[in-house]
Design a protein around this ligand. Sequence first.
Ligand code: ADP
Ligand code: ZN
Length: 525
Amino acid sequence: MHGDTHPEALKVLQEVFGYDSFRGPQQAIIRHVIAGGDALVLMPTGGGKSLCYQIPALLREGTAIVVSPLIALMQDQVAALEQNGVRAAYLNSSLDYHEAVEVENRLRSGELDLLYVAPERLATARMQMLLEQTRIALFAIDEAHCVSQWGHDFRPEYRQLSQLHQRFPQVPRIALTATADVPTRGDIMEHLQLQEAALYNSGFDRPNIRYHIAENQGNAKEQLLRFIREHHDGEAGIVYCLSRRKVEETAAWLERQGLTALPYHAGLPPEQRQHHQTRFLREEGVVVVATIAFGMGIDKPDVRFVAHLNLPKSIEAYYQETGRAGRDGLPADAWMAYGLQDVITLRQMQQDSSAADHQKRIEQQKLDAMLGLCEIISCRRQALLHYFGDHLDAPCGNCDNCLTPPETWEATVAAQKALSCVYRTEQRFGVTYLVDVLLGKHNERITRFGHDRLSTFGIGKDLAASEWKALFRQLIASGFLSVDMEGHGGIKLTANAKPVLRGEQNLTLRKPSNKPSKAKTARRG
Ligand code: ADP
Ligand code: ZN
């Protein structure tokens, strides 16, 4: 499939790295780079990107310069390489002056096969001079999506990497990423001047990961515990939360339920973080509860589940985080609970952010796409892959929507009631208030505003409060309503709401699950 064997490369694979054979397109990529070609490699997490530059580094003369955004990742990679007898080092802010000078000397005297460098360091005059004095085997640019504002992790320092090609035009470059939608891909090619590079796209599918996106029924922690007990008792997993406080709370709570659950976030002392990471890697059945600070570059093949207690900001982030499950290719789960509050919080955070308008719009679109993925009633994997420009012919059979097709309901009339209630109350109130008006509740605020005299007062008694909340979530998620930040998070109509209000558009929505949230806690008494 991928051409003839490359005997030297195979020999290095077996003798240095201890693997029998290449995976997927690895050999083709390695051959191309050894021959001096540029490459853009799109390969899912766990696909084996590192070998694509590590083997050419050993087979081309000189030192490979690897650009990598994360210090922790560099240290791990260098340690792993050294264990295999490869001469590798890194230069980043964690080294003191003398350590850095020592690495520089090793580089100059040709004693290194690979040097990992942080992008901001590469742009310095000192580093440029050093590179001039070095025989460079190749440049590898890891996490290449960081060069793109379209990417979910833009790093301005990456923009300067185009200089590498200008200054060292004869040195081959290989850019790698596990997450790049189509515009991001275009940006990578443009900003890194890789228009002529060979594109190796192994697709984004992770068939062994089963996707579930559940509705937060008011107590996501308990839903999570039930999911772990039923499917992953005693197995390793990662639980992502948005805030440090929630990380600590959740870890402590899971511990009390008898799990081994360790917190991990940037606010913990470095020794404690290191300790928890080590336990996760070495012990069996450890669950790490973390902010997104955890996971980049952690190579633990048997993570059996990744859970999200909050909605990620983009499909890229979701894909990258869930991608840490099942790197060994065995069945693994990506599980998430999300609810109305997630939608509101993220929308709010976005509005409040200090980013430029143009950047805000991009973030907005990414969040919309993520919300779309949560609310769809068809195959999640097809939608996920479609987002990355991939195509899956048939529904996957390995996501919640495929396995248990969601029930839907004709929500047009209910949506009209909800939207008119927003309109009649002058687009100034939050969901809780709106639901009270729909249900015809008499309370002080409603009376004060005279909303008990509105035509929409009490027209929603046919649905429960939880069902109205779910409907509002869906209407916000699908862009019929927006959250106004100027005021106090009041809900507003968008232009999309008009056709629904006028009866020109029907809405079929996922049926909210109306199981009471109490039932689940019974088992622990
Ligand atoms: P990525 O950077 O694409 O997420 P890695 O380069 O970290 O992936 O590789 C993922 C895992 O697969 C690592 O444990 C790596 O050692 C292993 N691996 C890579 N290539 C091969 C191969 N050809 N045969 C067996 N294991 C491999
Ligand atoms: Zn599916």
